[in-house]
Design a binder for this molecule. Structure first.
Ligand SMILES: NC(=O)c1ccc[n+]([C@@H]2O[C@H](COP(=O)([O-])OP(=O)(O)OC[C@H]3O[C@@H](n4cnc5c(N)ncnc54)[C@H](OP(=O)(O)O)[C@@H]3O)[C@@H](O)[C@H]2O)c1
Length: 211
């Protein structure tokens, strides 16, 4: 299967490496094509650098938008026509970092990135919030854990998006566990009770039920 990864920075490169290691074919793009080319060369035959964001979606079954929250809307607008029936996976947390490294939240408390992104997407796209619930370092070190896989939580309102994101999560070396619909996606974000947790499936299910 083929997945487009738009954004090849901290989390996008980690997602791409893990998906490629699990056998996924990737089409990568970034603001500066050199970033996507460098990552494609590092990954090898499983990945190609696309000519741009729209080109990344050609032939892709799903797209991961591994972008800072502040650029998400402009990229969604750019690729909107190519998103019909595509599963769109978003790891973005609603944060910005200033020149001094100070991190601030961009949305009011209680409003999640997923709820806002759902309103930006064309209605024919199928959103799943996933792959943003832990830091890139933790994500790479916890993948393919044995004997018990670590869980990656996700949120979606749709069955097809759920099936596809579960496949991607397994390909990346994790056990998928659904937290609920997009309305629950704040639990996965920085500050949420399920953020930066490395747990097995049984503990994950009890945490979800216990909220
Ligand atoms: N890093 C983490 O550990 C982590 C963990 C969980 C969730 N997240 C979330 O994931 C999101 C991305 O974080 P990050 O740390 O990966 O950010 P990052 O390192 O700054 O990477 C952002 C990527 O977006 C690309 N980009 C920017 N504008 C673009 C455009 N118009 N079209 C295509 N690509 C564009 C950049 O391209 P260039 O490379 O060419 O500049 C870069 O590859 C954030 O919302 C963050 O909250 C991050």
């Amino acid at each position: 299967m083929t997945t487009a990864v738009i954004g090849t920075g901290g989390i996008g490169s980690a997602i791409a490496r893990q998906l490629a290691a699990g056998g996924e074919t990737l089409r990568l793009s970034s603001a500066d094509i050199k970033s996507a080319r460098t990552l494609a060369a590092e990954i090898g035959r499983a990945a190609v650098a696309a000519a741009g964001n729209r080109d990344a979606l050609r032939g892709a079954d799903a797209v991961v938008l591994a972008l800072r929250f502040t650029v998400l809307k402009s990229v969604i607008d750019e690729i909107a026509e190519s998103l019909t029936d595509k599963v769109v996976v978003v790891p973005s947390n609603p944060l910005s970092t200033d020149a001094q490294g100070k991190v601030s939240r961009l949305l009011p408390e209680g409003q999640s990135s997923g709820e806002v992104v759902a309103g930006w997407l064309p209605s024919a796209a199928r959103l799943a919030m996933a792959f943003g619930s832990m830091s890139a370092d933790l994500f790479e070190s916890a993948s393919n854990r044995s004997p018990e896989p670590a869980v990656l939580f996700y949120a979606t309102d749709g069955d097809r998006a759920g099936e596809e994101v579960e496949r991607l999560i397994r390909t990346a070396g994790f056990e998928p566990v659904k937290v609920g619909g997009i309305g629950q996606s704040g639990r996965l974000e920085v500050g949420g009770d399920l953020h930066d947790l490395i747990v097995g499936p049984a503990e994950a299910r009890s945490l979800i039920g216990g909220a």
